[in-house]
Write a protein that binds this ligand. Structure first.
Ligand SMILES: *[C@@H]1O[C@H](CO)[C@@H](O)[C@H](O)[C@H]1NC(C)=O
Ligand SMILES: *[C@@H]1O[C@H](CO)[C@@H](O)[C@H](O)[C@H]1NC(C)=O
Ligand SMILES: *[C@@H]1O[C@H](CO)[C@@H](O)[C@H](O)[C@H]1NC(C)=O
Length: 295
């Protein structure tokens, strides 16, 4: 091989590798925008599907494994029904106890300019049966989740709830109470609000396949314990109908917002710090001296 051919060969090699590098650079410089672009492309594709848009509001903390399954599943499920939707994950990033109800209030505030109805949706409950209908609930709230009759209250309680309401219905009852830090009972209080407003709450009809073919539960109680402690006078206070707190007074700080896609599913992730009113709800925080059941 003469020195000239060696030179040309080296030049070609150099050229080839610099082309490769610039292609790689082009790809990597594209990718930061890719997620956002895909996000809006998916939203556009839905634009001919009727006048309504559903906000899927997911109160959330530390459940990314479940979210990886939930988001693509609910996105496909709703696309098959041609339900225009946006998934909002409201991620509680403060050090307070989990407050599902307040997160839903915040989710409504952050979605109401783009959506005209909402689903309160737990991340660990996947709808399976295509007959579960997520369309606009114009005749009153629609309780999608399989109900369990609660004889004491004469209405059904949620078992990991899915409830659809229009924006107006949600606002009429002032959203959910902000008193429920830790797990439980906020759904009962919300049912009391809806009963007082004389809403007609409907449930899925003609679904005979049973709970297990209707929904899939991802939650495993043995792996992830729920915070069911009752601190201070929390037990008594949260059994009462709360006429004070709700959508109008929920206090929070929006820390950041990220647009992500999980498989093809676009998700808006809002990182939110809730703010506790300590005189009203001293049980919002686990502290060493805080473990007494009541005052
Ligand atoms: C859901 O209900 C609406 C009307 O309430 C109906 O038009 C639509 O076809 C239903 N969708 C499914 C998948 O059953
Ligand atoms: C509930 O349904 C009843 C009977 O269909 C109707 O008269 C009433 O106006 C409805 N209430 C609301 C709040 O939509
Ligand atoms: C906390 O709750 C009390 C009692 O309802 C109320 O008077 C006070 O204004 C609230 N504080 C804040 C900062 O919202």
């Amino acid at each position: 091989m003469g020195p000239m051919r060696k030179f040309v060969g080296g030049l070609l090699l150099l050229l080839a590798s610099s082309v490769t590098i610039s292609v790689l650079l082009a790809i990597s410089s594209l990718s930061p925008n890719c997620t956002q672009a895909d996000f809006y492309k998916v939203q556009d594709r839905q634009s001919s599907w009727g006048p309504h848009r559903l906000a899927i509001i997911v109160p959330f903390r530390d459940r990314f494994e479940e979210l990886l399954q939930f988001a693509p599943h609910i996105h496909d499920f709703l696309n098959k029904q041609k339900i225009k939707h946006t998934i909002y994950v409201i991620n509680q990033v403060d050090k307070l106890r989990f407050n599902r109800a307040s997160l839903i209030n915040v989710g409504h505030i952050l979605s109401r300019k783009d959506c005209d109805y909402l689903a309160m949706h737990d991340v660990d409950l996947l709808p399976l049966n295509p007959k579960l209908n997520y369309s606009y609930p114009e005749n009153g709230p629609f309780h999608v989740a399989s109900p369990e009759y609660h004889p004491k209250y004469h209405y059904s309680t949620f078992v990991g709830g899915i409830l659809l309401l229009t924006k107006e219905q949600f606002e009429l009852v002032n959203g959910l109470s902000n008193r429920y830090w830790g797990w439980g009972l906020e759904d009962d209080e919300f049912f009391a609000r809806m009963k007082e407003a004389k809403f007609n709450i409907s449930r899925p009809q003609n679904i005979n396949s049973g709970v297990h073919n209707t929904f899939r539960h991802l939650h495993d109680r043995t792996v992830r314990r729920r915070d069911t402690a009752r601190l201070f006078n929390q037990k008594e206070a949260t059994r009462k109908r709360d006429r004070l707190t709700g959508l109008a007074d929920v206090q929070y700080e929006l820390i950041s917002t990220q647009h992500i896609t999980i498989d093809q599913a676009p998700v808006i992730l809002h990182n939110v710090k809730l703010i506790c009113n300590y005189s009203l709800t001293p049980w919002c925080e686990h502290k060493p001296g805080n473990t007494k059941k009541s005052l």
